[in-house]
Design a protein around this ligand. Sequence first.
Ligand code: FES
Ligand code: FES
Length: 153
Amino acid sequence: MASITVNGNRLNIDGLSSDTPLLWVLRDHLGLTGTKYGCGISECGVCTVHLDGEAIQSCVTTLGEVGDGEVTTIEGLSKDGSHPVQKAWREHNVPQCGYCQVGQMMMAAAMLRSNNDPTDEDIESEMWNICRCGTYPRIRAAIKSAAKEMQSK
Ligand code: FES
Ligand code: FES
């Protein structure tokens, strides 16, 4: 039986070939529609999830590449919206249309795992996700707030 670990659960994915993109598995087979489709070629960041804690683009990552790794989607970032990034996004009222924001939050959460005091330059270089609505100033402010909370723990 083929399976994949998502948000801490081992889930059956029988019948899918190893070159199926992870994004299709998440949305179409597991019903985890928080992760969005944008460009499909790793250019926009809207499909970002974590694989073993690292940010990856699920549109260009195949099931075969996931293997026994642990995938985390926005649905699993916290049980109750209490991750510092989620709290900061609410505090700064970041989203406009909202489409890019799950990818933005997953990218920010992965960055803050390895760097909980990012400079403007760090944010500039690591947060390459595209936002059509131009919410970049609020994203930056929210990341700074989330970093502060993480430093105080
Ligand atoms: S949809 Fe994956 S990076 Fe754009
Ligand atoms: S909030 Fe609309 S694309 Fe980013």
